[in-house]
Design a protein around this ligand. Structure first.
Ligand SMILES: [Zn+2]
Length: 429
């Protein structure tokens, strides 16, 4: 669909949604009344910006106000047929509820994810985990139904049993986290199971980044002899982005079902074209549990150049790039962790690193500590890292070399970035 037509479709769906929920959904009715806007004051997509942002903390409060489901519900309780909730790793779990129509919409969005990865009715899709209240892979089941593929649940087995099941059933597509894809590869190696002999042609990943981190992706693809596809979504939003078969280095946004805005997290205004900003998203097909201009906290870079796959949906280059909470502005430059990580990871001579943003006398300073792989000239590596960071972000950091083994080494959820306010300078090494 030409982009003009796509924008018109978005506006049509938006207007319908706003009218549908105003007056019935307590959360949004109050929010818009407080902001002095009504659905009738939104006459074009640019008017859309008159609507206030929605924050996760508000959804959590809306839930506390009327437990267990909260006040961001549009229909009587009996209209809802599905409950899911977030993992609660960053606070209280957020519960989300769906009507049959909204749940069907989730399946439709996952249909885009699967079709993007080339999945058809010929495929056998394996889901190697036990199902809990996390929404993502339940929606994958619905998506498989949409494309007519066979869905094979793999809960209640250990990893080697799952590998055998995949072989016996001729599984062609696997949906799991990137971490579990690597774990299965490890088990296969230990058990002398030839993973590459499986007819698997695609792995679809969700739940954590990794499928768009070049090195992780390459490791998974080499181990499985299959393409690995990234997908992004959230329980409170929907399954909003997917990677197409051409893998142009980013994910397409399903713009027929979502309105995506890339904003400057500090000002809330639009990020400059091509600049990294925070994703604010509106789901257009979930009137029972809507989010309008929802601040996801995810950093993205919008790319509007046409994709060779023929889809006109815009893309996020490199997938989700990190969290806006981790971004800091230093002398007018927005600095975010993945930008620095991308630079440092080019150096095979650097083992581990730690980035510190130190605020001293109202000024931010960027400090980077690196561990240099033994056998290399540490000072030589240090100078090169310093220059490369300066080249990439136009800020000169202070790079120091840490003694081998002194920086934290991570296995899970790495924390390589920290902020220190008004802290004294470290002793010079
Ligand atoms: Zn594409």
């Amino acid at each position: 669909m030409p982009r003009e037509q796509l924008r018109a479709l978005q506006f049509e769906k938006l207007q319908k949604l706003l009218r549908q929920i105003f007056g019935l959904n307590r959360f949004y009715t109050k929010k818009w009344n407080d902001a002095g806007v009504t659905p009738d004051s939104i006459r074009s997509l640019s008017d859309f910006r008159k609507l206030p942002f929605t924050y996760k903390s508000e959804l959590v409060r809306a839930q506390e106000e009327a437990p267990p489901f909260g006040i961001n519900v549009t229909f009587p309780e009996a209209a809802y047929t599905r409950l899911h909730q977030t993992s609660g790793t960053t606070g209280a779990p957020l519960r989300v509820v769906d009507t049959p129509e909204s749940w069907d919409w989730w399946g439709h969005c996952w249909g885009h994810v699967l079709k993007g990865a080339g999945v058809t009715a010929e495929d056998r899709v394996f889901l190697p985990f036990s199902f809990g209240p996390f929404i993502g892979f339940w929606a994958a089941v619905e998506g498989a139904k949409k494309v007519g593929a066979m869905m094979i649940p793999g809960g209640g087995w250990d990893s080697i049993q799952r590998l055998e099941m995949m072989r016996d059933l001729g599984v062609t597509v696997v949906c799991c986290t990137p971490t579990y894809a690597l774990r299965l590869a490890e088990v296969a190696r230990a058990e002398k199971f030839d993973l590459r002999s499986l007819p698997v042609h695609a792995l679809i990943h969700a739940g954590e980044p990794g499928a768009n981190v070049a090195r992780t992706k390459a490791r998974i693809e080499a181990a499985w002899g299959a393409k690995c596809f990234d997908h992004a979504g959230a329980s409170e939003v929907g399954a909003h982005s997917f990677e197409c078969e051409l893998q142009p280095g980013g994910i397409h946004i399903i713009e027929s079902e979502f309105i995506a805005e890339v904003i400057d997290p500090q000002t809330g205004g639009d990020a400059a074209p091509g600049e990294i900003g925070e994703l604010a998203i509106t789901n257009l097909g979930r009137p029972g549990f809507p989010v309008i201009r929802y601040r996801t906290g995810d950093l993205v870079r919008l790319n509007l150049t046409p994709c060779a796959c023929g889809r006109t949906f815009a893309r996020f280059d490199g997938g989700l790039l990190g969290r806006s909470d981790d971004m800091v502005t230093i002398r007018g430059v927005n600095v975010y962790p993945t930008a620095i990580e991308n630079v440092i990871r080019q150096f095979s001579t650097v083992d581990e690193f730690q980035v510190t943003v130190r605020t001293l006398h109202e000024m931010h300073h960027l400090e980077v500590q690196i561990e240099v792989v033994s056998g290399n000239d540490a000072e030589h590596v240090r100078t090169h890292v310093e220059q490369a960071i300066y080249h990439a972000i136009s800020l000169r950091p202070t790079v120091t070399v840490a003694a081998p083994g002194t920086l934290a080494h991570f296995e899970m959820k790495a924390r390589r970035f920290r902020r220190l306010d008004h802290a004294p300078e470290p002793p010079s090494s």
